[in-house]
Write a protein that binds this ligand. Structure first.
Ligand code: ADP
Ligand code: ASP
Ligand code: MG
Length: 924
């Protein structure tokens, strides 16, 4: 132990320097009355074990020069009386305060950069608060953790700390500046080594020792910056803020500044160091007992704000590595935007709820004196930054938009909800106080509280690491009530996150919270708890941790802080799929610019190969990419990729196949919150029970399933039918020519040529499927009939629809399409006879599908229509659909137009995609 205490060799605070006589001599020269500490104890271990304060080391931070002037400058030296000839600290507008964050002083070049910014500021007086070089505070905490854990590698870790600062100083300084810094650095490091050794032996570090150790980063960076600035000829001094800033530690891991005492000490410090530019250490402070402490992690912003308030400065500029305060954490929301201004309250709420660009306590000190804070990017001086000040009166805006009430969003992770529930709570005074009393006793920090007005339950969020103790304390505190059944449970819901929306007056503006919850619902995110303070500045929701980023992105994009962005996966790049991709490619820019809709194809998959992208595919060359960079097709992986890319809040899968296996996944996809759009008829015309399940799910959730192109390609058939049904019309009958192929054939089968010749012509013109039997069999029409019938509420299976096949019985088994075409003329006579019969009656033949809603049945058959019937007027391959309803009884509502072909089908799918975008909040 003796050797340990002996190893603390502190050159700059040699016992001699602290001898009362020496101090008194210097003091008398300066005309001050001072009190000097007795020589500090040099035995470290008792310090550690008794948690006494390391005063000796505080003084050790002062260089020899400073010490000669301030030999009395032990931080305990409070009782100094300032004599009349001392420089008096001027306060007010002449002061400009800057704060440089860790990344700003991350290396020698950056430190020079900071120096230039300070030098260029032509304010009369400047106070600059610096953080430790980036990562250094983490390195210092790591030293403590290692030493406590008796891990020898703390020695190497300390060498790294030394090396980092030594090499930075070698780059920056020269001559006596360099040598004095290095000797101080060496001295500090050898002290730290001894302290860490003691911690290593004790296997424990007291809080004050930890704070003392971790604060060194700021001491070193401040000294280096001040030397660089002094080199340019500026009148510049560095300040060990522990001599000035006095804070009272609180139980809740916070520090409350003592402004009165700090101001006194600042006056005193300035009287001895009357410089125009002061470089002050951020983060560190002292307790009223002069024990080194810190303002806790990220506390340098707070230091700057306190300094600004003490000086009543004109403004506080916080220099960091982003262009200002973003509408959401830019690491989580790529499309976050910079906020030009924020009110003090908004900034406070944003930082409290996790926007770590600003320490939450930064606001209060400056707000008191109305001092604006500017957040600026040291790496992008052209960016104006964010100004935090009193709010511009919202009334100035003529018609404030909903969005202007919401400034930004922030999140806090690693929380758990605690729910105390029971009928015995209602009307019992003191329950809340008993609950929170128990929580306070275990020292847990309650982040959010929500209580239903029925008083049936109280629910609150605490950090996950504290929840076990909280639950135990509550169970013990309420054991009697739980036993008697007055309380039913103390439940813990782990893995939660908080999402907060922040904005002046948002909570009192109708529509804001509705929009917020709507966006969450549409992204299929379940809200576990809600709180809205009457401060009107924030609405807080608790969500599952795994949903948090998606929730953040969904609400963010909903408030137009970024575009309505939809991640799309295209399944089946055949004729229709690739036509859709072409249309998307041609229209994407217009949608983005004019309609705020950002559609991103994150993947294309065929049955064998797929192409994936993290940000959205370039649709001008997807074919080449698919063949060159594509990978083996795997539908599960594909879906996971498209969905997993959760910087985009909404996902849609577009199934352009005619495949029933793909269709069988829709239910699962919808359940996961993935929207589905398709021209594939398989799901809606497949087994009834599966169809009903799918539709029930669609109705329950906010996930959308659109299939307009399953009937009549791009013609508005499903949407027309929906419109009629939803507005309360009663459908009596739907009758139509649903097949472009059969429409063409019957429009041209007018007696001049035999039926088989018309079919051959249609085949040649590409109107039919490769095997025309697929069209002539009527199955495709039957599928459309069943889709419409089910839409009208009829519970029919495909097998319930009688279908008149135009494929003669004997030709159904032909091996090939060629053989079929060859034999078809044998049946021309039958068809000619039917046509003749119709013509004799002044009618035409048409192949139609009918949904007879009144009689709850459907049919597909050849029918005769008089020549003035709309169905008789058809030409080409048009579809025509007539809706006979209660409202449209005399004259049916008719939709007519091209109902087949890649362009119109892809167009139908595209309009479903845009419908989805508008459901998700795109402007109309
Ligand atoms: P410094 O070391 O300069 O104090 P911090 O890392 O403490 O810097 O804070 C800046 C960081 O805060 C940014 O790099 C950014 O990643 C993060 N951040 C989180 N939320 C926001 C937000 N809403 N706006 C801006 N930055 C944010
Ligand atoms: N250096 C301290 C930290 O990293 C304080 C700060 O930079 O704000 O927590
Ligand atoms: Mg910070």
């Amino acid at each position: 132990m003796a050797s340990l205490s002996g190893s603390i060799q502190c050159r700059s605070c040699s016992p001699k320097a602290l001898l009362p006589e020496a101090g008194a001599a210097v003091a008398s020269k300066l005309g001050r009355k001072i009190s000097v500490f007795p020589t500090p104890s040099r035995s470290l271990l008792p310090l550690l074990l008794r948690s006494s304060h390391p005063r000796v080391a505080v003084v050790s931070q002062l260089g020899r020069n400073e010490l000669s002037k301030t030999a009395h400058a032990s931080v305990a030296d409070v009782s100094v009386e300032v004599s009349l000839d001392d420089a008096e600290l001027p306060k007010g507008e002449t002061w400009s305060v800057h704060k440089f964050g860790g990344t700003c002083v991350g290396n020698s070049q950056r430190i020079k950069n900071c120096a230039n910014i300070v030098i260029k500021d032509d304010s009369e007086r400047k106070l600059v608060v610096v953080s430790a070089m980036s990562k250094v505070t983490d390195m210092m905490y790591d030293l403590i953790h290692k030493a406590q854990a008796r891990d020898d590698s703390y020695v190497f870790a300390l060498d790294n700390v030394l090396e980092k600062h030594r090499s930075t100083a070698l780059d920056l300084l020269e001559g006596s500046d360099l040598s004095s810094f290095l000797s101080r650095l060496d001295n500090d490091i050898s002290n730290l080594k001894a302290m860490l050794r003691a911690i290593y032996i004790a296997g424990h570090a007291t809080e004050s020792f930890t704070d003392f150790v971790v604060g060194h980063g700021e001491l070193w960076s401040a000294q280096m910056l001040s030397s660089v600035i002094r080199k340019s000829g500026e009148d510049c001094k560095w300040m060990d803020t522990r001599e000035v800033l006095i804070v009272n530690p609180t139980n809740s891991n916070q520090a409350d500044p003592d402004f009165t005492e700090s101001e006194k000490r600042l006056d005193k410090w300035y009287s001895r160091n009357p410089a125009r530019t002061i470089i002050a250490t951020g983060f560190i402070a002292s307790t009223p007992q002069n024990i080194p402490t810190t303002l806790k992690r990220d506390g340098s912003d707070f230091s700057a704000a306190i300094m600004g308030a003490l000086l009543k400065a004109r403004q506080v500029t916080i220099w960091t590595d982003v262009d200002g305060v973003y509408s959401a954490d830019p690491r989580k929301v790529g499309e976050a935007v910079i906020l030009e201004t924020l009110s003090y309250q908004e900034a406070w709420e944003m930082s409290y709820f996790g926007a770590n660009v600003l320490h939450p306590r930064t606001i209060i000190p400056v707000m008191r004196y109305n001092i604006p804070i500017l957040i600026r990017n040291i790496f992008n001086l052209s960016a104006p930054g964010t100004k935090i000040c009193h709010p511009r009166a919202l009334e100035d805006e003529e018609t404030p938009k909903l969005e202007s009430y919401v400034k930004g969003f922030a999140t806090i992770d690693n929380l758990a909800l605690v729910n105390v529930e029971g009928t015995g709570m209602a009307g019992v005074p003191g329950t809340a106080s008993a609950i929170f009393g128990a929580v306070k006793d275990v020292g847990a920090n309650v982040i959010m509280i929500s209580q239903a007005s029925s008083e049936h339950s109280v629910c609150f969020a605490v950090p996950e690491k504290e929840v076990k103790a909280v639950a135990e304390a509550l169970t013990a505190r309420f054991s009697q009530a739980l036993g008697a059944g007055r309380l039913s449970q103390v439940a813990v819901i782990p893995n939660c996150s908080i999402l907060a929306a922040v904005g002046q007056k948002m909570a009192s503006t109708p529509g804001v919270s509705a929009t917020l919850f709507n966006a969450l619902a549409k992204a299929n995110i379940n809200v576990r708890a809600i709180a809205q303070g009457c401060s009107e500045y924030n609405i807080t929701v608790v969500v599952k941790r795994e949903d948090c980023i998606r929730a953040l992105r969904a609400v963010h994009s909903r408030f137009y802080l970024s575009r309505t962005t939809i991640a799309m996966g295209i399944i089946g790049p055949g004729l229709i799929g690739s036509t859709l991709l072409e249309q998307l490619r041609d229209q994407a820019a217009v949608l983005k610019e004019e309609f705020n809709i950002d559609l991103r194809v994150m993947g294309i998959t065929g049955s064998r190969r797929m192409l994936l992208s993290d940000v959205g595919l370039d649709l001008s060359n997807w074919r080449e990419l698919l063949s060159e960079k594509g990978e083996a097709g795997d539908l599960d992986k594909f879906v996971q990729h498209v969905r997993g890319n959760d910087f985009i809040p909404n996902t849609v899968l577009v199934d352009c196949t005619a495949d029933s296996t793909v269709a069988s996944h829709y239910y699962d996809w919808l359940r996961k919150g993935i929207h589905v759009i398709t021209p594939n008829k398989r799901a809606n015309s497949g087994p009834l029970d599966q169809y009903l399940k799918l539709r029930a799910l669609q109705r329950q959730s906010y996930t959308h399933y659109f299939y307009e192109a399953t009937v009549g390609a791009g013609l508005p058939i499903i949407s027309t039918l929906r419109g009629l049904l939803e507005t309360g019309d009663k459908i009596l009958k739907i009758e139509g020519i649903f097949s472009g192929t059969l429409s063409y054939i019957f429009n041209n089968f007018v007696g001049k040529r035999p039926f088989s010749e018309v079919v051959a012509e249609a085949k040649e013109a590409g109107y039919t499927e490769p095997d025309p039997r697929d069209d002539l069999s009527g199955t495709d029409v039957a599928r459309k009939v069943i889709i419409l019938a089910r839409e009208c509420g009829l519970k029919l299976e495909l097998a319930n629809i009688p279908v008149e096949s135009l494929v003669p019985e004997r030709l159904r088994t032909c091996a090939s399409a060629e053989e079929f075409m060859q034999k078809l003329p044998q049946f021309d006579k039958e068809m000619t006879a039917k046509l003749q019969e119709a013509e004799d009656a002044g009618q035409v033949l048409r192949y139609v599908g009918v949904v007879d809603v009144a009689n709850r049945r459907g049919v597909v058959e050849m029918q005769k229509y008089s020549k003035d019937h709309p169905f008789a007027q058809l030409s080409g391959s048009d579809n025509i659909i007539a809706f006979t309803t209660k409202r449209y009884k005399e004259q049916p509502l008719i939709v007519r137009g091209p109902g087949a072909g890649a362009q119109v089908t892809a167009g139908g799918i595209f309009s479903d995609i845009l419908r989805l975008a508008s459901y998700l909040g795109a402007p109309s």
